[in-house]
Design a protein around this ligand. Structure first.
Ligand code: ZN
Length: 259
């Protein structure tokens, strides 16, 4: 069910009411009847990145092998991104970091290190502001451009992956991403490592949902996430899951070709 199909269905539905109102003497208010359902569909589509409602989102791979990818949102963070990079290096594991542009200044060393150690750097907006989903297409384009320009100036990489803040998509976000040729990257395992209190419960969420081709969403912003990552690495090693890059899981390039 895409945004386009929902628009078609509700337009037809609304048109069907017109003869009833004009010729059958039904109340004019009838025309508003589908409105709550329409709003529900839009809200549902916007909030669920997996529905690819406004734009196609890549949320998992089609692999049959026990391979998964791990991703981190909301960094770079001077302390926790660095400690996560240490842990990944010890275990020789690749990851993807969806970075917030406004967090980059002062943390350039994290980007340099992550790129040098083979991790993927990607765009998670510039401001990540609470009201970001009200932005116009032009404002969304600025969000994308500012963060990608920073990543490029520090690492030379031309980012093409974008993960929408809060996993929420809107028609303006979709239009901006299409115009600038970004791929939308989601996840299929949300650890809720920023909202749940108990590391054990977070781990349980992860281990109960993970399957071949999964993309796990963590945040490189707290000691709790670091602890959950440690336990996740133990779980994957014990259960025969191999952690590979998100590029391998999705079979898609994370960067644009250099001109
Ligand atoms: Zn975020």
């Amino acid at each position: 069910m895409s945004f386009r199909n929902v628009n078609i269905i509700f337009s037809v539905l609304t048109l069907l009411f017109i003869p009833l109102i004009l010729f059958m003497g039904w109340s004019l208010w009838l025309i508003l009847l589908p409105l709550p359902f329409y709003i529900f569909f839009l809200a549902f589509g916007a909030a669920r990145i997996h529905s690819s409602f406004f734009i196609k989102a890549h949320c998992r791979g089609g692999l049959a092998e026990k391979k998964i990818a791990i991703t981190f949102d909301d960094g770079p963070h001077a302390e926790f991104s660095a400690r996560i990079l240490d842990l990944l290096k010890e275990n020789n594991i690749p990851a993807t970091f969806f970075m917030i542009g406004k967090n980059i200044t002062g943390n350039e060393f994290i980007l340099k290190r992550a790129a040098a150690e083979g991790h993927i750097l990607a765009n998670h907006s510039y401001s990540h502001s609470f009201f970001i989903d009200l932005k116009s297409k032009t404002a969304w384009m600025d969000e994308l451009k500012q963060t990608s320009a920073l990543i490029s100036s520090i690492t030379g990489k031309q980012v093409r992956w974008f993960r929408p803040p809060y996993g929420v998509t809107t028609p303006h976000l979709a239009a901006a991403a299409k115009e600038l040729d970004y791929d939308i990257i989601g996840w299929d395992v949300r650890s809720l490592d920023t909202t749940a209190d108990d590391a054990g419960k977070i781990l349980e969420r992860v281990t109960s949902q993970v399957k071949p081709g999964s993309i796990i969403l963590f945040h490189d912003t707290s000691a709790k996430s670091l602890e959950v990552l440690k336990q996740t690495l133990n779980f994957t090693a014990k259960n025969g899951f191999k952690i590979v890059s998100a590029e391998e899981i999705l079979q898609m390039p994370a960067y644009r070709k250099a001109n």
